[in-house]
Structure formats: structure tokens, C-alpha cells
Design a protein around this ligand. Structure first.
Ligand SMILES: Cc1cc2nc3c(=O)[nH]c(=O)nc-3n(C[C@H](O)[C@H](O)[C@H](O)COP(=O)(O)OP(=O)(O)OC[C@H]3O[C@@H](n4cnc5c(N)ncnc54)[C@H](O)[C@@H]3O)c2cc1C
Length: 363
């Protein structure tokens, strides 16, 4: 039974950040409370579908979702949050939104496209850039760089793709045997993989890029697939300034509340939860935070009755390799080819993620 059903005044829940974690917690609580979602973008993006949208821009119609589509009962504020006090959140555009419960879910910093239309145009431009190039340089051999190289190799097999990675192996966040399988797949598709080197993308001369070891790479264009910083720098000017660790992550307790703040939660990539930063785990954080806020709204006072988040201890990841194949890291083994590909690479979990937000899998 909701507070409104009980005749009580609904509490105000403010969620900062409409990414994987923030979108889900806002969606889950929108009928329980007066939910406001503050996001600098007007949309939620299913990140694990983003590389497919670069080779097939129409794919983004399902994976880039306006917040208003899944939040009919919440207030959406399209602006960056710039300050937090004990009672309110202030935005760049000058709004002041009061909260009873606050959820900070600002993950990683984003760049560019603030509207859904802009984002879809960005994918169209990236597609044109890929289509027009004969040779493409990809910088970064984490999941983003590997998935992009694989998407291009699968859809445009005639293009020369070179992937340069600073580390000694691809996909360092998972096991060595999975890395090797990804490397073998890429090289079998004629992608040239250069490991242990960096490349300065700002100084190509006539389409020639130079790596740290002096090797040259000819490419008509490049894509940077390196990580972005945590979206927490702005918290240094707020009441949460002492809640950041040395890496800029927000320190949380086992209930996902920010240490020392009983009504403020932090979830997703921005937290110091000791586990890999992955979207499916951010979704689990969102479920725990939503459960705990519901309990607190209902008047639960005993902390022992709150849900506890247990960090994931075993690596579990699937990196798609084009439309049919993938490499998967399971707790005790890694697997490459069609079987893991059948789990992820066709729809990239877009239908499943849309359903989780209460939307139809298709548009
Ligand atoms: C290309 C790519 C592929 C990935 N593939 C996978 C995968 O296959 N499987 C998997 O499990 N994980 C995957 N991940 C990781 C996954 O996307 C992240 O773990 C997940 O997005 C974290 O969710 P989050 O809500 O914490 O942060 P994010 O999704 O980063 O969302 C942060 C939100 O906060 C907003 N924001 C930031 N600062 C402010 C501010 N000051 N005010 C207001 N809003 C703000 C941003 O606009 C954004 O909406 C992938 C990531 C990328 C980039």
C-alpha cells in the first residue's frame, strides 16, 4: 500500500543522474513518492547498445529513450546538478528542488548530445564517417574499443581497422583467456591489434598517426574509446565533499547510503562498492536503494531491516563481437563464438532493458 493510499503526504525523492542506475530507481519509485529526476541529458541511453548504433543508426531509436517515456509520473529536470544542501538540490539552470530522500547516480561524465534528436544525429554522423573511410583507427582496447572494432569488422569487412591499446592485453577487466579469444576473433577478421602502445590522435599528419614506439598507422579517421572520469567532481563543492575517496568515488555503507547521511543514497558506477563497474550491477544497486527508500518512507527505523547490497565477487561479462559472436567471462571459464553471441549480440539486451523500464521491447 502506498503512502497516498494511506492518506499520507507523499515524500519527495530526488534522483540525480538518469543513467542505468538512476533511471531504474526513479521508475521504481515514481508511484510511491513525488519523484524528480535531474539529468543533464533529456534521455536515458542503453550504453551496451551504443556501438551498434554507430554502424546502424536506426538501432538508437530503441536504445535512446526520452526520460518522459518511462517516467510518466515523475518530474524531469533537464539540467546539471551543481550543489546539494541538507534539504535541496540546485541545478545549473537555477532550479532548487527539495528532497526528503536523495539518490546520487551520476556515474561517468558524458560528452555532447543533450537531446534524443541530437544523439540520433550524432550516430548518423558517426555512421557516415565510418562509411566514408577506407581505414579506421580505434584507440582503446577495453570493451568499448573491442566492441566497436568488431562491429565495423563485421558490417564493413573491406575496411582496414587498426586498434591500438596501451595495455598488454585486450579487455584487462576479465581473464587472460577471454582476452586472447577476443584478440583471435579480431585478428581473424583482419583487424590489426597493436598492444602496449599509445597514440597521439591530435597530431596525425596526412592521415598518418604515430604510436609511442614510433610505429605509424595510416587511417582516414579515428575513434577514441577510452574511459571517462567519474561524474563526481561537482560533489566537491557540496555537503558530500567529505564523502569522496581518493579516486573520487562516493563512499557508501552496505545499505547504499552515503556514510554519515541517513537520507542520501549513492548507486552505480560512482560508488566505492568493491566490484567491477558494470551496468547490470548498477541495476542491482538501484533495486536495493528503491527497496530501502520504500522502507524508510513506510517508517522503518531499525537499520537491520534495510536491504543490504552484497558486492559481486566473481567476474561475469559478455563482450559482443559483431552481430552473431561474443566472448563471455563466466566465473570459472571463458567462451567465445556463437553461444555467448546468442545471449547478447543480436538485440544487445535492448528489449530486456526496455521491459525493465516498463516499456514495449520494440517501438
Ligand atoms: C560503451 C559502453 C558499453 C558498456 N557495455 C556494458 C555491458 O555490456 N554490460 C554491462 O553490464 N555494463 C556495460 N557498460 C557499463 C555500464 O554502462 C555502466 O556500468 C552503467 O552505465 C553505470 O550506470 P550509472 O547509472 O552508474 O551511470 P551512467 O549510466 O554513467 O549515468 C550517469 C548519468 O548521470 C548524468 N549526470 C552526470 N553528472 C550529472 C550532474 N552533475 N547532474 C545531472 N546529471 C548528471 C549523466 O547525464 C548520466 O545520465 C558499458 C558502458 C559503456 C560506456
Amino acid at each position: 500500500m502506498s503512502m497516498a493510499d494511506l492518506g499520507g503526504e507523499k515524500k519527495s525523492v530526488v534522483v540525480i543522474g538518469g543513467g542505468v542506475a538512476g533511471s531504474l530507481v526513479a521508475k521504481t519509485l515514481q508511484n510511491e513518492a513525488n519523484v524528480s529526476l535531474i539529468d543533464e541529458k533529456e534521455y536515458f541511453e542503453i550504453t551496451w547498445a551504443s556501438l551498434r548504433s554507430m554502424v546502424e543508426p536506426a538501432f538508437a531509436k530503441r536504445s535512446v529513450i526520452s526520460h518522459s517515456e518511462y517516467l510518466p509520473c515523475a518530474k524531469i529536470i533537464s539540467s546539471a546538478a551543481v550543489d546539494i544542501t541538507d534539504t535541496d538540490v540546485l541545478t545549473k539552470q537555477g532550479s532548487q528542488i527539495s528532497y526528503d530522500y536523495l539518490v546520487v547516480a551520476t556515474g561517468h561524465t558524458q560528452n555532447g548530445a543533450w537531446t534524443k534528436t541530437d544523439k540520433i544525429s550524432q550516430y548518423q554522423a558517426e555512421y557516415e564517417k565510418i562509411k566514408a573511410a577506407n581505414s579506421i583507427l580505434i584507440v582503446g582496447g577495453g570493451p568499448t574499443g573491442v566492441e566497436l572494432a568488431a562491429e565495423i569488422a563485421a558490417d564493413f569487412p573491406a575496411k582496414k581497422v587498426t586498434l591500438v591499446h596501451r595495455g598488454s592485453r585486450l579487455l584487462e577487466f576479465i581473464g587472460e583467456s577471454a582476452s586472447k579469444k577476443a584478440l583471435n576473433w579480431l585478428t581473424s577478421k583482419k583487424v590489426e591489434v597493436i598492444l602496449g602502445q599509445s597514440v597521439d590522435v591530435n597530431s596525425p599528419s596526412d592521415g598518418v598517426y604515430r604510436t609511442s614506439d614510433g610505429k605509424t598507422v595510416d587511417a582516414d579517421c579515428h575513434f577514441l574509446c577510452i574511459g571517462t572520469p567519474f561524474g563526481s567532481a561537482w560533489l566537491k563543492e557540496t555537503i558530500l565533499k567529505d564523502s569522496l575517496d581518493s579516486r573520487g568515488r562516493v563512499m557508501v555503507d552496505s545499505n547504499l547510503r552515503i556514510k554519515g547521511h541517513n537520507n542520501i543514497f549513492a548507486i552505480g558506477d560512482i560508488t566505492d562498492v568493491p566490484e567491477l563497474k558494470q551496468g547490470y550491477l548498477a541495476q542491482e544497486h538501484a533495486k536495493v536503494a528503491a527497496k530501502n527508500i520504500t522502507s524508510l518512507i513506510k517508517g522503518v527505523e531499525d537499520d537491520h531491516k534495510l536491504a543490504v547490497y552484497k558486492p559481486a565477487t566473481k567476474a561475469l561479462a559478455i563482450v559482443s563481437l559483431g552481430r552473431k559472436d561474443a566472448v563471455a567471462q563466466f566465473p570459472c571459464l571463458s567462451l567465445a563464438g556463437r553461444i555467448p553471441g546468442m545471449i547478447k549480440s543480436g538485440d544487445l539486451f535492448v528489449g530486456k532493458t526496455r521491459k525493465g523500464l516498463g516499456l514495449k521491447p520494440d517501438v
